[in-house]
Design a protein around this ligand. Structure first.
Ligand SMILES: Cc1cc2nc3c(=O)[nH]c(=O)nc-3n(C[C@H](O)[C@H](O)[C@H](O)COP(=O)(O)OP(=O)(O)OC[C@H]3O[C@@H](n4cnc5c(N)ncnc54)[C@H](O)[C@@H]3O)c2cc1C
Length: 294
């Protein structure tokens, strides 16, 4: 069997793309490892009509709707390699099987690399976040820590006072000149330059001098990279963004390899469920277009 489109990643962006193709009665193979990026958070916010619903519930109801279409094939597992070219792509999965398709879509999301601070990763999605639009409101205008990880952290320190009283922990990760100090002071941000020893409790930051600051929540800017190197293994070029590396695409979401497309967090910034779904819907229509006008 040769599928019209093989989708690597069956989360929000991949399913949004698949839906357009299934509704055009195209055969679609979705391969999904089930590790959505927001799986650490109990609730998802900011997605119209689904605000406050659990990330798993949103994905589950979408998948149920997709499964009503007879031209869908779904594999729970991992795509290991992609090879071939337009009209003759091959994807090998974890079980050694090989799948053939005319087009391929990489919708496999990104990985998050957090600053190396004890206790930070364990609280990711619970009391440590990257997106204030997703998780700022629930902090109820309380005390918020912003931990510097690189240049994007200054942007966070300027923006996040909208959601509470901010302390910016420079943690030796950014240089602070007089202009930056003045700008942050004007926004009511307290700068803390003593390095961080660890994070514990709900969202307590313990400094190397022994002081403990109790916070409602913490934001930091992780470095992102594609969650899987599969697109690179096919030869797709990556592009550098302020958030990290992503798969390079044109306006139609086609990568630098003809017939291979990419969407969602892996191929756009910034990142949210709404934006991933919109990007996926667009990619699905563009994939369909490329099958009609080959
Ligand atoms: C802690 C946290 C909380 C967040 N909270 C919110 C929020 O409240 N609201 C909001 O709008 N956004 C939120 N986001 C952002 C949101 O999670 C992403 O924007 C969204 O998940 C991107 O969707 P996607 O489909 O592009 O990728 P993902 O949802 O990351 O899905 C990628 C899928 O591809 C699969 N995959 C990866 N590699 C392979 C492979 N080799 N083979 C097969 N499958 C593979 C993965 O297992 C996964 O199922 C949050 C992010 C984080 C980190």
């Amino acid at each position: 069997m040769k599928y019209d489109v093989m989708v690597v990643g069956g989360s929000y962006s991949g399913m949004a793309a698949a839906l357009q193709l299934l509704r055009a009665r195209r055969s679609v193979l979705v391969i999904d490892a089930g590790l959505r990026r927001n799986r650490f958070a109990s609730h998802s916010h900011g997605f119209l009509g689904q605000d406050g619903i659990s990330p798993a519930e949103i994905a589950q109801s979408a998948r149920q709707q997709l499964e009503a279409y007879p031209t869908l094939t779904w594999i729970e597992g991992t795509a290991e390699t992609a090879s071939g070219q337009k009209d003759r792509f091959v994807i090998a999965t974890h079980d050694g099987a090989r799948h053939a398709g005319r087009r391929v879509l990489f919708a496999a999301g990104v990985s998050d690399t957090l600053p190396a601070i004890d206790g930070l990763w364990e609280r990711w999605g619970v009391s440590v976040f990257h997106c204030p639009y997703c998780h700022g409101y629930e902090l109820d205008k309380g005390r918020i820590g912003v931990i510097a990880a690189g240049p994007m952290s200054l942007h966070q320190a300027q923006l996040i006072p909208e959601w509470g009283e901010v302390t910016f922990f420079s943690n030796s990760a950014v240089a602070l000149d007089d202009t930056i100090r003045g700008d942050l002071a004007a926004r009511g941000v307290t700068i803390e330059e003593t390095p961080i020893a660890r994070v514990d409790g709900h969202a307590d930051i313990v400094l190397t001098d022994g002081r403990r600051l109790t916070l409602a929540g913490i934001f930091t800017a992780p470095r992102n990279a594609p969650a899987t190197p599969i697109a690179e293994s096919l030869g797709c070029a990556l592009a550098e963004t302020p958030l990290g590396a992503q798969i390079q695409t044109d306006d139609a979401k086609e990568t630098t390899i003809p017939g291979a497309f990419a969407c969602g967090d892996a191929a756009r910034v910034p990142h949210s469920v709404s934006l991933a779904v919109a990007d996926g819907a667009w990619a699905g229509a563009q994939l369909h277009r490329s099958l009609v006008w080959t």
